[in-house]
Write a protein that binds this ligand. Structure first.
Ligand SMILES: Nc1nc(=O)c2c([nH]1)NC[C@@H]1CN(c3ccc(C(=O)N[C@@H](CCC(=O)O)C(=O)O)cc3)CN21
Ligand SMILES: CC(C)C(=O)C(=O)O
Ligand SMILES: [Mg+2]
Length: 271
């Protein structure tokens, strides 16, 4: 279990120590103050303000439409709630692909305007100059390889990635490039468990998986999926810890019933 719940604040140094001690790293997405407060209180090591906000908060089909300003609004809300968790924010599509200068100014806006502790960026060799430039400014960077949802239209599907040898070799090489550039951790999304194991064993930095099996140094899920708020999304890698959709539906129906039936408010619930 958690050896490190007592620590005051999670830092990149502590995450590195967790890998060396074999303590698994817990990471979950958060997009707002109230939920972040609960996850921080629970002892979540990392909170990710994911660009999945585009899907679960705004209702878009993909992560592409969310803007840097919208990510900053979510991230600032999360940061106001936390005492202990390390907060990482996704650089959204279109805020870094232009060049490394654009990437740096987007990362700086996130750090300045939200108080977050680091940023995450999708890709390997293609974005390595941006990664280096952001890291040299003192901002911790988390990599993201495998299924990279901002490139969905390049691939056409959300199917498992790197099942072929050439793609697996490219992923391992990209992971090493990201480590050499100075990334403090890497997310691997939807790739074979044995490939993720090899990456976690060959790299010194923590490897966090989503659909990447049990041999990595930590796990991340989207909060709406983990809590069962999302009825439609159920890939094999997801474990649901609650069925909040059904519970909220039931509570909402009860409230409607109580209002219509003049049961709410009662004598004690008025002035
Ligand atoms: N709610 C939510 N959860 C996520 O994990 C998530 C997002 N949104 N939005 C951004 C990305 C997209 N991600 C995804 C998207 C799809 C699958 C997936 O496995 N989809 C299908 C299979 C599709 C296929 O094989 O072509 C499934 O089984 O549901 C996994 C991760 C992860 N991220
Ligand atoms: C699925 C995780 C890793 C993510 O990038 C997101 O939530 O945006
Ligand atoms: Mg993301």
């Amino acid at each position: 279990m958690s050896v490190n719940k007592e620590i005051k604040r999670v830092t990149t140094h502590i995450l590195q120590k967790m890998k060396m001690d074999g303590e698994r790293i817990s990471m979950l997405t958060a997009y707002d103050f109230s939920m972040a407060r609960i996850f921080d209180d629970a002892g979540m090591d990392i909170l990710l303000v994911g660009d999945s906000a585009s899907n679960v908060m705004a209702g878009h089909e993909t992560t592409l439409p969310i803007t840097l300003d919208q990510m900053i609004y979510h991230a600032a809300s999360v940061v106001r709630a936390i005492k202990r968790s390390f907060v990482v924010v996704d650089l959204p599509f279109g805020s870094y692909q232009g060049n490394s200068k654009e990437a740096l100014s987007s990362a700086i806006r996130i750090m300045k305007e939200t108080g977050a502790h680091g940023i995450k960026i999708e890709g390997g060799e293609e974005i390595i100059e941006s990664v280096k430039r952001i890291i040299s400014s003192g901002i911790p960077v988390m990599g993201h390889l495998g299924l990279t949802p901002q490139s969905i239209y390049k691939f056409g599907t959300y199917a498992v990635r790197a099942t072929e040898e050439a793609e697996a070799q490219k992923l391992l090489a990209d992971a090493k490039l990201l480590q050499e550039a100075g990334c403090f951790a890497i997310v691997l999304e939807k790739i074979p468990a044995l490939l993720a194991k090899q990456v976690a064993e060959e790299l010194r930095i923590p490897i966090i998986g989503i659909g990447a099996g049990k041999y990595v140094d930590g796990q991340v899920l989207v909060m709406h999926d983990m809590l069962g708020i999302n009825k439609e999304f159920k890939p094999r890698f997801l474990r649901r810890y609650l069925n909040l959709y059904e519970q909220i539906l039931k509570a909402s129906k009860q409230y409607i019933n109580d209002v219509k039936g003049r049961d709410f408010p009662n004598d004690n619930e008025q002035y």
